[in-house]
Design a protein around this ligand. Structure first.
Ligand code: SF4
Ligand code: SF4
Length: 494
């Protein structure tokens, strides 16, 4: 007998008895009846569960060929770039596949090769990489606990908790300090965006800096709130002892907390926790201790699905990422509970009532845990920077860095303009910088109706803003756009 590797799920197939061939052979009807028992065997287990794999109307074997062709092509269009950059690198397919085939490895390898060949479109990941650089400069903070000169532990909340739920960080950090001796604080990015973008050069330098900073604090144990950060540290910083906040909290008396919903919630495991059974179990234990009733989603635990952020899917293909989030939130009509700040944020964007487990452990006074709206890219950046300032003042009595002159500008925008800026990933700080420069230099186009257009090229991208000055440092923003193309005077190259 031949041992086939082809897997076909027959759990829903009712067996049909064979129709034996008569000695003279089948007639047409008999042959059809026997042939109709054929299952048309095919696997597609990964495709059935992954919105990304369904998007391109194929299956991994075909995608592998397309990706190979895309990398090998010397001249002509590389039509699979977007497909390669749209996988969320969540690893669900590999965990589901009876043969362990990994689209994550395939797509990540392809991205690295595109970077090596200098063929990665900058638009795919620039914004995320810029965000990471900001998190590791003005958005970073590394301190021993107030009044201490050594750390046994460092609490590492991760960029998305700091940006999406900044009000949680201080009470959570204070809670840890009260119960564990010598817990410092470390705000920065773990480097995952560089890895997902295929930028091993940036990832390696971020890792090097991270390890140096950790060593400078006396090599303490790192407590991460984000399973994505924990995954990076466990894979790429083996010398760092890293533990999950959830396994730490599980072994402590929990803080006095607010009411929890009487109805069960559907628990979503982030894809970065798929290979962390200890963390998933700790979360379920904490939920039980809080009296939270849970329902498991169809794909849960090690088979859990991504929210649409992983692998920078949202940066490369926002419509697909929206469909991924929409599919996930439709799996259960109940309110959702998760323990990843980015999953919570994107499910809120998809219109699903979703709470973060920390919202019940450290509720903000007067706020409903489900009412936190989607935090867009601009707000996340602003909140991260504001958090650094607030913690420096409240915990370490330090003076904040002086505000830059453009930061005092007040932007007035209606919802449609806010949505446009979010869609085009034009952050408010860039708009303020542009307006400040336009006023300072007078380099703006007066349209004669009280409105102006001005531009700024802070790096490789040129930004344009239509605006109306309202006086007293206030500006109504009417529209904004950006491009990488350089427009030169007289058609000459600069
Ligand atoms: S890694 Fe995730 S998004 Fe990519 S193909 Fe596999 S399951 Fe789909
Ligand atoms: S990659 Fe694996 S799970 Fe997907 S269709 Fe092929 S054998 Fe099945």
């Amino acid at each position: 007998p031949f041992e086939t590797r082809l897997f076909t799920d027959i759990s829903d197939v009712a067996p049909l008895p064979p129709s034996p061939a008569p000695p003279e052979g089948y007639d047409v009807a008999g042959a059809k009846e026997e042939a109709a028992r054929c299952l048309q065997c095919q696997c597609m287990e990964c495709v059935k569960r992954c919105v990304y794999l369904q998007e391109y109307r194929g299956y991994p074997k075909r995608y592998a060929r397309e990706i190979y062709n895309n990398l090998a092509i010397v001249q002509g269009s590389r039509t699979s770039n977007r497909m390669i950059n749209s996988c969320s690198l969540c690893g669900q397919c590999e965990r589901i596949c009876p043969n362990g085939f990994s689209m994550r490895d395939l797509c990540l390898g392809a991205r690295r090769e595109m970077v090596r060949q200098n063929r990665m479109p900058p638009s795919a990941h620039d914004f995320a990489l810029e965000d990471m650089a900001l998190s590791n400069s003005t958005g970073a903070l590394l301190r021993h606990a107030p009044g201490r000169e050594a750390s046994s532990y460092l609490f590492f909340p991760g960029c998305h908790l700091a940006g999406g739920s900044p009000g949680t960080i201080a009470p959570l950090y204070d809670f840890l300090r009260d119960r564990i001796d010598g817990v410092g604080l470390w705000l920065r990015c773990c480097g995952a965006p560089a890895r997902w973008a295929g930028r091993e050069d940036l990832f390696d330098s971020a890792m090097e800096e991270l390890k140096e900073q950790w060593a400078s604090m006396g090599s303490p144990t790192v407590i991460t709130a984000c399973t994505g950060c924990l995954d990076v540290l466990r894979r790429d910083a083996l010398e760092i002892e890293a533990v999950s906040l959830w396994t730490v909290l599980k072994d402590m008396p929990l803080p006095p907390h607010g009411p929890v919903p009487g109805e069960p919630m559907a628990l979503h495991d982030p894809c970065t926790a798929a290979e962390m059974s200890d963390v998933r179990a700790a979360v379920r234990d904490i939920c039980s201790s809080l009296g939270i009733a849970m329902e498991e989603l169809p794909e849960t635990g090690e088979r859990t699905s991504c929210c649409g952020f992983g692998g920078l899917q949202r940066n490369a293909n926002e419509p697909l990422a929206d469909r991924v989030a929409a599919a996930r939130v439709e799996e259960n009509p109940r309110d959702y509970l998760t323990y990843c700040a980015m999953c919570r944020n994107l499910f809120a964007r998809a219109g699903k009532r979703t709470a973060h487990l920390l919202d019940f452990l450290f509720p903000e006074a007067g706020k409903d845990s489900f009412d936190r709206p989607y935090a867009g890219c601009s707000r996340q950046r602003d909140d991260r920077l504001a958090l650094v300032r607030a913690l420096q003042s409240s915990h370490w009595m330090e003076e904040n860095r002086p505000m830059e002159p453009h930061e005092s500008i007040v932007l007035v925008m209606d919802d449609s303009v806010l949505a446009l800026l979010e869609k085009r990933r034009i952050v408010h700080d860039t708009v303020k910088r542009l307006l400040f420069e336009a006023e300072r230099t007078g380099a703006s186009m007066d349209r004669g109706d009280g409105t102006f257009i001005a531009s700024l090229r802070p790096s490789l991208v040129t930004y344009w803003v239509e605006y109306r000055p309202l006086g007293d440092g206030r500006y109504e923003v009417l529209g904004a756009w950006s491009h990488r193309m350089v427009v030169t005077e007289g058609g000459r190259r600069p």
